[in-house]
Write a protein that binds this ligand. Structure first.
Ligand code: DSN
Length: 430
């Protein structure tokens, strides 16, 4: 075999092994998901070879020739996005939720301005990260957090808003257990800092918001929402922005293009549009099971002696729940222990009063693979057994493999439910 073929085989073999291994694991990473086979299939198309830049809000006004189908596809994707998120404007160009958020900050601030965002409580710390670049002259102010309720401390937030008058306040979290007080903060901004733009990072909960299984940020008073498209939404990896304000759509749109993104990776668009369609068709049932599974798993783990954050409030109203791990090891040690038995979950930092060391888990991917509440006790038993090291790793691993085999992906395999087989197949003409 020549060296090209050898190298090619290496990558093929790694990918096959990865997918085989994944099919034997329980993935509880709260920021991931798997797309439906239909959406995966639609990702590989000719648009990945093309450019389709546009400026402003007119999707027809493209810089490159040859965009006749790009335009119609993107127009339809916008139409579906606006319907799903009940918004007047959407922008699907950001390549990730992070990029979408950076665009919002760049569009809305001047050097020297303050941005308020969460730190403790799972903040993505967008402005803090952006400020690592010395060109950025913005001040970060942390939104006060009440660990006992695992939510924003409204009184201290009002005091800071009054004092700092930030240009932008970003709600939303990567440990998004409970809705944030959007209405109250909107009202406070109106009284004490009217020039502040209220932005909401919906990355984790976008799929839940889309089908009204979480709060409705625009309706409650957020000016602009940004998000990634591949967590609870279950779309391809990417980002988006939506708003009802034309001025913000235009301003943030100009920061996305041409400031940050020129080629917006067009092949994502049909796949994303079909993920929107899937949410419109089945999202409600999916989201309600995602939340029910998260609650059930959190509860079963807590009952078995591993504390789960917010026991007094039912642990969560989203896909995410958080284990307080300090008593058993560091978050890193424990997540390694879990991975050894084919349970994939991420370490996280918790507020000091909750012991700092945490494990974050999410139910959205396993729900997609067919998990129901009836599996929660068994899964909890295996997680707790692995964390406490009470049961041999081999025994737990083999039970996890068996459990994965028993899940019924067809429950949420949208392509099977919506399509005739003849509608499926490659979308590239040879
Ligand atoms: N914020 C990171 C996470 O929650 O994993 C990535 O989006």
């Amino acid at each position: 075999m020549n060296s090209f073929a050898q190298e090619l085989n290496f990558f093929r073999s790694e990918l096959i092994q990865e997918s085989q291994w994944r099919s034997e694991c329980l993935n509880l990473i709260a920021s991931e998901n798997t797309t439906s086979p239909l959406v995966s299939e639609l990702l590989a198309n000719d648009l990945s070879h093309r450019y389709g830049d546009y400026r402003g809000l007119d999707l027809q006004d493209r810089k490159y020739r040859g965009c006749r189908f790009v335009v119609t596809i993107e127009e339809k994707a916008h139409e579906l996005g606006k319907k799903l998120f009940a918004a007047r404007f959407v922008d699907l160009r950001p390549l990730s939720g992070h990029v979408a958020g950076i665009a919002a900050i760049m569009a809305l601030t001047e050097p020297g301005d303050s941005v308020m965002e969460l730190d403790e409580g799972g903040g993505h710390r967008l402005n803090q990260k952006l400020s690592l670049c010395s060109l950025t002259r913005l001040k970060t102010v942390h939104i006060p957090f009440d660990a006992s309720r695992f939510n924003i401390d409204l009184q201290r937030t009002e005091e800071l808003l009054r004092k700092e008058k930030p240009r932008v306040l970003i709600l939303g979290s990567s440990q998004f257990l409970f809705p944030h007080p959007v209405r109250q903060i909107r009202e406070t901004i109106g009284r004490v800092s009217p020039a502040t733009v209220l932005v909401y990072d919906a990355s984790h909960v976008l799929g839940l918001i889309a089908v009204k299984h979480f709060q409705q940020p625009l309706e409650e008073g957020a000016d602009l929402v940004f998000a990634s498209t591949h967590k609870t939404l279950g779309g391809p990896q990417g980002g988006l922005v939506f708003t009802n304000r034309a001025d913000l759509a235009k301003k943030v749109g100009e920061a996305i293009y041409p400031a940050i993104v020129t080629n917006h990776h067009l092949n994502r668009l049909p796949a994303l549009a079909v993920a929107f369609l899937e949410m419109l068709a089945h999202g409600e049932r999916y989201a309600s099971e995602v939340v029910a599974n998260a609650k059930a798993l959190a509860c079963e783990i807590h009952r078995r002696g591993i504390p789960v954050v917010a026991a007094n409030s039912g642990h969560t109203q989203s896909h995410t729940f958080l284990l307080q791990a300090a008593e058993f090891g560091t978050g890193r040690e424990l997540s390694e222990r879990l991975e050894n038995v084919n349970i994939i979950a991420g370490e996280c930092k918790l507020p000091a009063s909750l012991g700092t060391e945490g494990i974050r888990m999410g139910s959205q991917e396993m729900t997609r693979y067919g998990m129901t509440r009836s599996e929660a006790p068994e899964i909890a038993e295996l997680i707790v057994g692995a964390l406490r090291q009470e049961v041999s790793e081999n025994r737990i691993k083999s039970k996890i493999k068996q459990l994965r085999r028993s899940l019924n992906r067809n429950r949420f395999d949208f392509s099977l439910q919506e399509c005739n087989p003849e509608l499926q197949g490659p979308v590239t003409v040879p």
